[in-house]
Design a protein. Structure first.
Length: 110
């Protein structure tokens, strides 16, 4: 795994909740309302909290792959479906699929 993300309809409230619960601090991310979490734990999985990107609130983990679009296509061949097609932001391409049972998983490539 390379990344985890909490996508929320109210990211500010979500950040406040985890800040109070775990003492998390935040720094700005790639687009407005998206922040990276500083858990205070060395070597922690990079985690972010951000606004919804289509769909409902969710918690996602991202797996590093060579080719996001090809991985999404293969997931579909295996009975899954693409939730969020491959998108490029500075430094990374990412997408989200649901497996054959509906579990959502992110994939990312640098």
């Amino acid at each position: 795994m390379v990344h985890a993300e909490i996508r929320s309809a109210d990211p500010d409230a979500t950040r406040a909740f985890y800040s109070e619960l775990f003492g998390w601090k935040y720094s700005d991310g790639a687009f407005p309302g998206y922040t990276f979490v500083d858990t205070g734990a060395e070597g922690a999985l990079p985690t972010a909290i951000g606004p919804l990107q289509g769909g409902a609130d969710s918690v996602l983990f991202f797996i590093g792959v060579e080719d996001v679009a090809a991985t999404l296509a293969r997931a579909e061949e295996l009975g899954g479906r693409t939730i969020q097609p491959a998108q490029n932001v500075p430094g990374v391409t990412f997408g989200v699929f649901a497996d054959a049972q509906g579990h959502k998983v992110g994939v990312a490539a640098s």
